[in-house]
Design a protein around this ligand. Structure first.
Ligand code: NAD
Length: 362
């Protein structure tokens, strides 16, 4: 029997529409071969939405997203909208989408592909085989805690304040996403905090430890954030899944991503407790190469694979997309951003065609 899914497409700006077109072709091909049918609906976000509707996240876009099983987002932003006031900036649309869908968990894999190992700034023997998933809490912690602001003290001096706060339920819900994620991987979860100094981290550690009894198949360890940062560059292979709060996750997920050295290859997923998740590349809209058929569509395509795995429970189809990406790299096909000597340079569309062939279509 054919399984059917409603997918909202948000191509956005810059290279967004180019890489989205490749992801749609790949999904259609996978669908044909795996008895999955995708009903795509396109909506406006970012600069494209500002131009057409005067705001970066029109209400109808959020509504269409809410009605779907998953949302694929390419990228937003560009020079044209850089000088607009904050509420009209493309990024505000992205933040509004995350808030509107209550996406509290951000999943960012950092996987070293053997074909691109020399793109890493670390030594081959350190990064070979690295396969990490960082699960970052996205809607709480110090980025949202109250009180916040810059206040005048009694002496007239200014004092800046932010508050790092987590409730038990906020910790539990991100903890559950992390344990479930680890379950789908190598069953190892490392929780990162600063429990030697911060009370909020002590509560974080207590809750993670309590949750572990519900997941006896997952091995839980704890690290202080300073040590975690060090271990990530010293011996990244020791990690499977990492779970951490908003601030620590912001920093560690960028550090982990850069182990791979290639921004055009990195997908991500943002998930809520119910409702659709948003799947998008880590990179931006690359306005410098937009419209020139030079974009690397692989991060977008790998984001579609994450959608299949984490949003639609179609791991087998996700595996097939990831295998196709490895295959085209094995065939020495490269876009400009990951090009090296002796490889064959392809444009965005041609890379898409190579992927379809690798999946077994056309
Ligand atoms: P960027 O990621 O767009 O580009 C950085 C560099 O990497 C550029 O040289 C670009 O050409 C290259 N690059 C990025 N993705 C690529 C791909 N798929 N293939 C080939 N090359 C690629 O970051 P930036 O230049 O700092 O930002 C450009 C715009 O994107 C800004 O308006 C920014 O606000 C926005 N942005 C959006 C997101 C998002 O949509 N989530 C994330 C980051 C930045």
């Amino acid at each position: 029997m054919t399984q059917s899914f409603k997918i909202t497409l948000l191509p956005g700006d810059g290279i967004g529409p180019e890489i989205m077109a490749v992801a749609v072709d790949v999904l259609n091909e996978i669908g044909k071969q795996s008895n999955l049918s995708f009903e795509f609906e396109e909506a406006l976000i970012g600069g494209a939405a500002i131009d057409a509707r005067g705001e970066p996240l029109p209400p109808e876009t959020l509504e269409i997203c809410k009605q779907s099983d998953a949302v694929l987002l390419a990228a937003i932003g560009g020079y044209k909208w850089d000088s607009l006031p904050r509420h009209l900036r493309p990024e505000t649309g992205l933040l509004g989408l995350r808030a509107g869908l209550e996406l509290f968990a951000n999943l960012r894999p950092a996987t070293i592909l053997p074909q691109l190992i020399d793109a890493s700034s670390l030594k081959r023997e350190v990064v070979e085989g690295v396969d990490i998933m960082v699960v970052r809490e996205l809607t709480g912690g110090i980025y949202f805690g109250q009180p916040r602001g810059i206040f005048a003290t009694e002496t007239g001096e200014k004092r800046g304040v932010n508050t790092m706060a987590y409730t038990e339920s906020e910790i539990d819900r991100i903890g559950r996403v992390a344990f479930e994620t680890a379950r789908k991987r190598r069953q190892k979860l490392c929780s990162v905090d600063k429990a030697n100094v911060l009370e909020v981290s002590q509560l974080w550690r207590d809750r993670m430890t309590a949750l572990a009894s519900e997941y006896p198949d997952v091995e839980l360890t704890h690290l202080y954030v300073d040590n975690a940062a060090m271990q990530l560059v010293r011996n990244p292979r020791q990690f499977d899944t990492i779970v951490t709060g908003n601030l620590f996750g912001d920093i560690l997920s960028d550090a982990a991503a850069m182990l791979t050295g290639s921004i055009g290859m990195l997908p991500s997923a943002s998930l809520g407790s119910s409702g659709p998740g948003v799947y998008e590349p880590v990179h931006g809209s690359a306005p410098d190469i937009a419209g020139t058929d030079r974009a690397n569509p692989l991060a977008m395509v790998l984001s579609a694979a994450m959608m299949l795995r984490y949003g639609l429970n179609q791991s087998e189809s996700a595996d097939r997309i990831e295998e196709a990406v490895l295959k085209v790299l094995d065939q020495d096909y490269r876009t400009g951003d990951i090009m090296s000597e002796g490889m064959t340079l392809l444009g965005c569309r041609a890379m898409g065609d190579a992927l379809i062939q690798a999946i077994g279509g056309k």
